[in-house]
Design a protein around this ligand. Sequence first.
Ligand code: PEP
Length: 258
Amino acid sequence: MSKQQRAKLVVGNWKMHGRLAANATLLQAVAQGSGELPADVRVGVCVPGVYLAQTQALLEGSRVEWGVQDVSAFTHGAYTGEVAAPMVTDFGAMLAIVGHSERRAYHRESAELVAVKTQRALEAGLTPIVCVGETLEEREAGSTEQVVGAQLDEVLAKLSAQEAARLVVAYEPVWAIGTGKSATAEQAQAVHAFLRARLAAKGAADVPLLYGGSVKPENAEELFRQPDIDGGLIGGASLKDQDFLAICRAAAVTSVAG
Ligand code: PEP
């Protein structure tokens, strides 16, 4: 499939933000605004798990997909504080971020654990959004491809080609997340092309590849115009309805129908 045929996908990662009242305003605005986008632009939000029921109630019937920011590596059992993937699907969720750099860093999640979580998400019928990305030190040492390649390979090694084709992969350079300093479109495209080749070797060339890291309304269109960038994973800017919808519109103008 060529770039022209791949749909765009923009997903908000709310992180640990939101309260009931503010969520309602934001979800309603996103549901309404996304209704004006062309059909080949998909929109999603990944909310804190405790707000799944609220999210389902407010988004059901809209075109916005929803999900969580992590799932357990286990299906059930004595794992205090964990939330299993099948629990998430009880609320109609479709998406689960796995391997976000904040989980890798603050919760010491290994590449192996991220791969198992990806399997659990797939088994439950969720679309895993697998995050990969290098630190500034790793980039400066020239090991970006080695790092992101190893992170992706660990996941792909556990999956069949059919399972791999159900992934979304997000390239999120750690140095660009929440810093206001996005990768340039050229830097991001180079890594995306590398990841695309890795996925193609697995028989999953058409997996949506999202860029994440300080995407804003001002830089989204240039990023999304790159041949291997199929949309974005959006942190800070997904908490402001006008900014998030402006980023969705940037995806729309770079989509086929847009
Ligand atoms: C993220 O946390 O996934 C992210 C991309 O954050 P931000 O957009 O705030 O850099």
